[in-house]
Design a protein around this ligand. Structure first.
Ligand SMILES: Nc1nc2c(ncn2[C@@H]2O[C@H](COP(=O)(O)OP(=O)(O)O)[C@@H](O)[C@H]2O)c(=O)[nH]1
Ligand SMILES: [Mg+2]
Length: 236
């Protein structure tokens, strides 16, 4: 769980984690202003990493995946602790990877009709659809979205891509999917109900716009690298 000011929603999220299946829960607190770390320890999170300084959402995930690999994880599930996505889907996502069907599983808010009903702001929905269509063309894959905060990976995938070379900000997520597709791993998707409420969504219009341009840059660079016209370090 990449956490930032998650104290109001962490408990609800954590309570839905199927602890009979999930061996270890790792939470990284990216220098929150609230008591996220203390609460995580109190709830029984197995590994609480606390960044002394805010590194950003990508930097947060780097700490998490490195820790997961270090403690020997075979399947790693990343879910936001803002209670936007239910951990009740973890067994399904794990099963797809564990049975060797796909090495990566994304929980999609866009498959089906749930996103707008769940309260996704219209501008985010439209941007998501536009960015997804553009990205599908440029990276030559077909996903319903590239922007979900709920993802599962096999160990092999995390060892096969250099996620530490990615950005420390939000575009990290997109770079990771680009690396995965670039290196030829397949991706499965499951439909995930989504909830939008104040604590579940803090990214404002300006930061969303920055993210949107970042996504376009990643997709264009992906294509140029595939054509041999660029040699970005994230694909090495
Ligand atoms: N590490 C880190 N995470 C952040 C920061 N700002 C937001 N987040 C996290 O990024 C995730 C996505 O942000 P959110 O506001 O939920 O976006 P939305 O749900 O897509 O509207 C959430 O899990 C936040 O906790 C930050 O400065 N640092
Ligand atoms: Mg959210």
């Amino acid at each position: 769980m990449p956490a930032y000011n998650a104290a109001l929603t962490l408990e609800k999220t954590y309570r839905e984690v199927p602890r009979d299946l999930v061996d270890e829960v790792i939470l990284c607190d990216d220098a929150s202003k609230d008591d996220t770390s203390a609460l995580a320890r109190q709830l029984g999170v197995d590994h609480v990493i606390t960044h002394p300084r805010n590194r950003g959402y990508g930097g947060n995930q780097k700490s998490l995946y490195n820790k997961a690999l270090e403690i020997g994880a075979d399947i790693v599930i990343m879910v936001h602790p803002d209670y936007q996505y239910t951990p009740l889907l973890i067994p399904t996502m794990c099963n797809v990877i564990g049975e060797g069907l796909y090495p990566v599983v994304l929980a999609s808010r866009i498959l089906g009709k749930g996103a707008l009903k769940g309260g996704m702001p219209l501008y985010k929905y439209v941007a998501n659809r536009f960015l997804t269509a553009t990205q599908n063309l440029l990276v030559n894959y077909k996903l319903s979205e590239y922007h979900t905060g709920y993802r599962a990976f096999s160990r092999e995938v995390l060892e096969g891509i250099d996620f530490n070379a990615n950005d420390d900000d939000f575009v990290f997520d997109n770079e990771m999917l680009s690396q995965i597709i670039y290196h030829g791993y397949d991706i499965g998707e499951v439909t995930c109900p989504t909830k939008y409420f104040d604590e579940a969504s803090s990214i404002n219009f300006a930061r969303s716009t920055k993210y949107g341009f970042g996504v376009l840059r990643v997709s264009i660079m992906h294509r140029l690298n595939k054509w041999g016209l660029a040699d970005s370090k994230i694909y090495r």
